[in-house]
Design a protein around this ligand. Structure first.
Ligand code: GLU
Length: 478
């Protein structure tokens, strides 16, 4: 929420405004535009669970935005202020996100209005299982119709409960595990899903910095190394993005903004140390190697090269957009910039890597997990050792030739170790994710660069996504 009294449009309205900007550039009928934009259905359920000697009533949602491809896909969030508008906005974003990155799903989203911190693990399990029961009963969880995943306030643990509850209600369904993604490995998950959204943010930024046109536009040098980054939110997405970018690309995480304040260190914060500190102390307060700022949100306006909002929606809005100094903003969260703030930032010349692209890593790896569950085999199991044997053949032959001809080449131990190792599931997942992120970036940057009427990457991303949804509808004969 914005800190001033300025009224912002609702989250759903914001997504609609962004959709409108792009759809105006497409040659499609008003009827089809409307069909794509509206949310098909939202199921609201109120159910009771007996806890602490009394019945407690909970409200849950599952919105289905678009069924142009099934199953539909999207996370389930647990949040105390969750409401229908937010779930519908997020479901719409899932439609566009999946279309953009060629994850073959329609868009959906769900959630429970609950503060998980108010319940112990046993209670949360009871509540999650009961919510799952309500959704499964109506086919709002189903491997071929609607496949949830983690989102804010949920993770592997909740997904395991959901998968188990579905299996109990569908005892003969051989594909039961594909009813939800983001599960722990021992419950049918895939390696690399937990890190996937953060990893996707890293891949998105790497691809952006490979693009000369984009880097010139933003006025930065074409190298991620040494860039000063502000990250808002050190949850699953923010933590992984910050960690990978600092450990592997040499960026400096100068500011970490959390619920209870911000940490600042111009030399770069040790992301893992901050994360560990928060695990132990439940707060960033007291972290030794940084300055502490109480008003965390004010640090969004601090000088930096890249701003990464990785927490929640509408944190950059009409009330603070004018003061944002970052030239490049990468939306790791869903909807962190409102439509009015987007206008202000664009006019100021900021470049925004939009949410439907930047945070798509989660659903991309969810797609791989769903495929793994349906194929009932771990990626790489069939070909890994065969690949190693073939590489060994080449290495042996090169070494023989070198010895026989007296050339005297030697292959370095490092090369041999790397070359001889066949790809395991994690490497394949990362490769598939990287490829998906690069392909989607190329798609939107080409629209951005080649069409004068497309001023920004967000419009380009919506433009590309809507086009793909239109193709989906046409394939259905609509
Ligand atoms: N909740 C994540 C998102 O907003 C992941 C969705 C999924 O994997 O289905 O993209």
């Amino acid at each position: 929420m914005n800190s001033s009294n300025i009224v912002e449009a609702s989250f759903r309205k914001n997504v609609d405004l962004m959709f409108d900007r792009a759809v105006a550039l497409l040659d499609i009928s008003p009827g089809l535009k409307n069909k794509i934009q509206i949310c098909n259905s939202t199921y609201v359920v109120r159910f009771g669970v007996r806890l602490r000697g009394d019945i407690h009533t909970f409200t849950g949602y599952r919105s289905v935005h678009s069924e142009h491809i099934e199953p539909v896909k999207g996370g389930i969030r647990f949040a105390s202020n969750l409401h229908q508008d937010e779930v519908e906005a997020l479901a719409a974003l899932m439609t566009y996100k999946c279309a953009l990155v060629d994850a073959p799903f329609g868009g959906s989203k769900g959630g429970l209005r609950i503060n998980p911190q108010n319940y112990d693990e046993e209670e949360l399990e009871l509540i999650t299982r009961r919510f799952t029961y309500e959704l499964v009963k109506r086919d709002l969880i189903n491997p071929s119709q609607n496949v949830p995943a983690p989102d804010l306030g949920t993770g592997e643990r909740e997904m395991a409960w959901i998968a188990d509850q579905f299996s109990r209600m569908n005892t003969t369904d051989i594909n039961a595990r594909a009813c939800v993604t983001g599960k722990p490995l021992n419950a049918g998950g895939i390696v690399g899903r937990t890190e996937a959204t953060g990893r996707g943010v890293q891949f998105a930024l790497r691809e952006f910095f490979r693009d000369k046109h984009a880097v010139i536009k933003v006025g930065l040098s074409d190298n991620l190394e040494g860039k000063r980054v502000i990250i808002q939110g050190l949850g699953n997405v923010g933590y992984h993005a910050a960690k990978f970018l600092s450990d592997e690309d040499g960026v400096k995480i100068c500011v970490i903004i959390e619920r209870d304040g911000a940490l600042v260190n111009q030399q770069g914060l040790d992301v893992q140390a901050v994360h560990d500190w928060m695990d132990v102390h439940g707060s960033v307060i007291g972290f030794p190697d940084a300055d502490y700022v109480t008003d965390g949100a004010s640090m969004l306006e601090h000088e930096c090269d890249i701003l990464i909002p990785a927490a929640m929606e509408a944190v950059i809005n009409r009330s603070n957009a004018e003061r944002i100094k970052a030239r490049l903003i990468c939306e790791a969260a869903n909807g962190p910039i409102t439509a009015s703030a987007d206008d202000i930032l664009r006019k100021k010349g900021a470049v925004i890597i939009p949410d439907l692209y930047a945070n798509a890593g989660g659903v991309i790896v969810s797609y791989f997990e769903w495929v793994k569950n349906l194929s009932h085999i771990r990626f790489g199991r069939m070909q890994r050792r065969q690949e190693e044997d073939r590489h060994q053949l080449i290495v042996d032959e090169l070494e023989r030739l070198s010895a026989d001809t007296g050339i005297g080449w030697t292959l370095s131990a490092n090369f041999k170790a790397k070359y001889l190792q066949g790809a395991d599931e994690l490497e394949l997942v990362r490769s598939g994710l990287d490829d998906s992120m690069r392909t989607a970036y190329q798609l939107i940057r080409n629209i951005w660069v080649s069409r004068d009427e497309v001023e920004d990457l967000r419009t380009a991303a919506y433009f590309a996504a809507i086009n793909k949804v239109v193709e989906g509808y046409r394939a259905l004969g609509l």
